[in-house]
Design a protein around this ligand. Structure first.
Ligand SMILES: [Ca+2]
Length: 285
């Protein structure tokens, strides 16, 4: 590459805001090394291209009622609880999910959830190759409680599945998992990690997100990457994904049976957003 003729202090000033412009300047500068021996060095690492996240779907949960143009309200029994619409509502700018001890048919507990099947779903192929989905939530704690923000195929079938967060009420870990079908025998496989923050997810709101490209899934908590899965072969199973926000009872690692004394428990979700990555066009002269 020709020698950069921009003073270093000026370059440092411009670098964060005009990398692409600088690249243009670099290429256009007079080549004072033309007579030198060929440069056999390997290419320098380049910064990630600049760009912005643009919202595809969002819900700030600030209205008086749940927006059923965006969400279906869950009303089915699953694992240890029946989901009932009465347990989910909006108040004080949040989606609220109540999980309680209450008999409903064969279930001894009720809880609630929303899901966006047929209403809000994404695939990176339809949004420039890179999408991100995120919620800001405050999650309940206590033995037996199992909140999750996760995705399923809009066309139906399982797996695959992306679990952006799951928590078990018995510990402080954030579980981040991908589920898929083995490419050889079709059996369910999963790849999960549990990250333990130095804060308590039940004490405040935190942001939980996944960035999805055809090559990788990247889990973020409060904007920091906590898990990356790079495997295009198994990620190719993902079709359009819709979103589920709910609180279940159960889980693993001894979280069930639960402790009735921690109920009722409340999950709060401040907002949900799905975005697409839009690279900044190269600067032109
Ligand atoms: Ca809100």
């Amino acid at each position: 590459m020709p020698k950069l003729l921009v003073p270093i202090n000026l370059a440092a000033t411009l670098l964060p805001i005009a990398l692409l412009t600088l690249t243009t300047i670099c290429v256009a500068a007079p080549d004072t090394t033309a007579q030198a021996a060929p440069d056999t060095k390997t290419a320098e690492p380049q910064p990630a291209p600049a760009g912005t996240w643009e919202t595809i779907f969002e819900d700030d949960f600030n209205g008086a009622t749940i927006d059923t143009k965006k969400w279906n309200i869950s009303a089915y029994g699953r694992d240890n609880a029946q989901f009932v619409p009465a347990n989910i509502w909006q108040a004080d700018g949040n989606l609220v999910i109540k999980t309680q001890k209450e008999t409903f048919e064969k279930y001894n507990y009720t809880s609630g959830g929303i899901e966006s099947k047929g209403k809000m779903f994404v695939h990176p192929d339809n949004y420039g190759g890179k999408v991100r989905f995120e919620v800001r939530a405050k999650l309940p704690k206590g033995k037996g409680i199992w909140p999750a923000f996760w995705t399923l195929q809009n066309e139906g079938g399982w797996p695959p599945e992306i679990d952006i967060y799951e928590t078990l009420g018995i510990n402080s870990r954030i579980y981040m998992t991908y589920h898929w079908k083995d490419v050889d025998d079709g059996k369910h496989k999963q790849n999960g990690n549990a990250w333990t923050p130095d804060w308590d997810y039940s004490q405040d709101f935190h942001n939980y997100a996944v960035v999805w490209t055809k090559d990788s899934l990247q889990w973020e908590v409060d904007g920091t990457v906590r898990k990356t899965l790079t495997d295009p072969a198994i990620l190719a199973q993902l079709k359009d994904q819709y979103f589920i926000i709910y609180t279940q009872l159960g889980g693993w690692d001894g979280n069930w049976p639960g402790d009735d004394a921690v109920l009722p428990a409340y999950t709060y979700v401040d907002w949900f957003r799905a975005s697409k990555w839009v690279p900044t066009p190269p600067a032109t002269k």
